[in-house]
Design a protein around this ligand. Structure first.
Ligand SMILES: Cc1cc2nc3c(=O)[nH]c(=O)nc-3n(C[C@H](O)[C@H](O)[C@H](O)COP(=O)(O)O)c2cc1C
Length: 321
């Protein structure tokens, strides 16, 4: 394992520098337990709306199945929205954060939003904070605020994404941030993990590859869409939340093409359409649903157990040991 990966593993108490990215509804205690049990870092995603008891149940499941292993909870931090009915609304995030503190969750991973208001509290509770960002500027900012590690997430990534490709972002950012940097967006094979490590990344954060795992809670038609996708199957759209998000080019996404000016800003668009993310992920509604998906789906041709995915992805890090 190279120096940066070794430092990352020591910092987070993991054996392999592979983070399973938080994916709303899709990554619950089931996959988090499988990944953490395999030496990577599993992550329960709250999707901004998971209730407190449900979150407690998923945390308990991880602790039952992978006792003593570190794991993370992914929160969508507030980003200007104060409507408690929307993703990332202040009230719900507060509730989830308090459950994380009460349950002594060791690692919190923030997606959307600004961690300034919560980083001190997270550290005071003995937890670590990892921030996912799409620009070097944001990475420097969150590192300056006290984030323990940063995930640089490129435009290939499934879900909310920035404008810059993973390779360019990684080249621009690694070595400049001052805390360990993981790379995300388009990492689905051992070869891409090797590339990230060659760029100097401490580790990788992986979403779409784990979407097509046995333990993800995605509906079977969603997993099949990952397997069937080619590299043109996704599009970046604001149609679901008002923020740019990469997703499978479903009928709902196609319907908004050419009508971008009619899309409302976040959170208004999310109030009207965020339900479609549940309809896609859990109900498998191909017509009405919304299906976040990364471009690397093109390289995924089978649904595998999550532990097997961790083994495959971690191999380059072990070779470099
Ligand atoms: C289905 C799906 C749901 C996602 N949901 C979330 C989420 O709830 N919170 C978050 O911070 N990021 C979310 N993301 C982004 C991932 O955490 C991760 O950064 C991204 O998938 C990495 O790129 P990749 O898909 O190319 O591996 C989601 C991505 C996907 C594909």
């Amino acid at each position: 394992m190279n120096h940066a990966s070794g430092e990352l593993c020591r910092l987070f108490g993991i054996e392999r520098p592979i983070f399973q990215a938080g994916m709303g509804w899709v990554t619950t205690g089931r996959i988090a337990a499988a990944v953490s049990g395999s030496g990577g870092l599993g992550c329960i995603a709250t999707g901004g709306i998971m209730g407190g008891d449900e979150l407690r149940d998923h945390i308990a499941h991880v602790r039952d199945v992978a006792p003593g292993r570190p794991f993370a909870v992914n929160l969508l931090l507030p980003s200007g929205a104060d409507d408690s009915d929307t993703m990332g609304g202040l009230d719900f995030t507060r509730l989830q954060l308090d459950v994380c503190f009460e349950q002594k969750v060791p690692i919190i991973i923030s997606g959307l939003g600004n961690p300034a208001e919560v980083v001190g509290e997270i550290h005071a509770h003995g937890a670590k904070l990892v921030c996912v960002v799409g620009t070097v500027r944001a990475a420097l900012k969150v590192a300056g605020l006290g984030a323990d590690a940063v995930v640089l997430s490129g435009a290939e990534a499934g879900g909310h994404c920035g404008p810059t490709g993973t390779l360019s972002l990684a080249q621009a950012g690694i070595g400049r941030i001052g805390v360990p940097v993981l790379v995300a967006g388009g990492i689905a094979t051992p070869q891409t993990v090797a590339a990230a490590l060659a760029l100097g990344a401490a580790g990788v954060s992986v979403g779409t590859r784990f979407l097509a795992s046995e333990e993800s809670d995605a509906h079977p038609v969603y997993k099949q869409a990952v397997v069937d996708a080619d590299e043109r199957a996704t599009a970046v759209t604001r149609a679901c939340t008002g923020k740019p998000s990469r997703a499978w080019r479903s009928p709902f996404v196609a319907e908004w093409e050419g009508r971008e000016a009619e899309i409302q800003p976040y959170p208004e668009q999310a109030i009207d359409h965020f339900w479609r993310a549940y309809a896609g992920a859990i109900e498998g509604d191909l017509e009405q649903g919304f299906f976040p998906l990364g471009q690397c789906a093109a390289a995924i041709d089978e649904i595998l157990p999550a532990a097997r995915i961790v083994d495959l992805l971690a191999a380059p890090a072990e070779v470099a040991a």
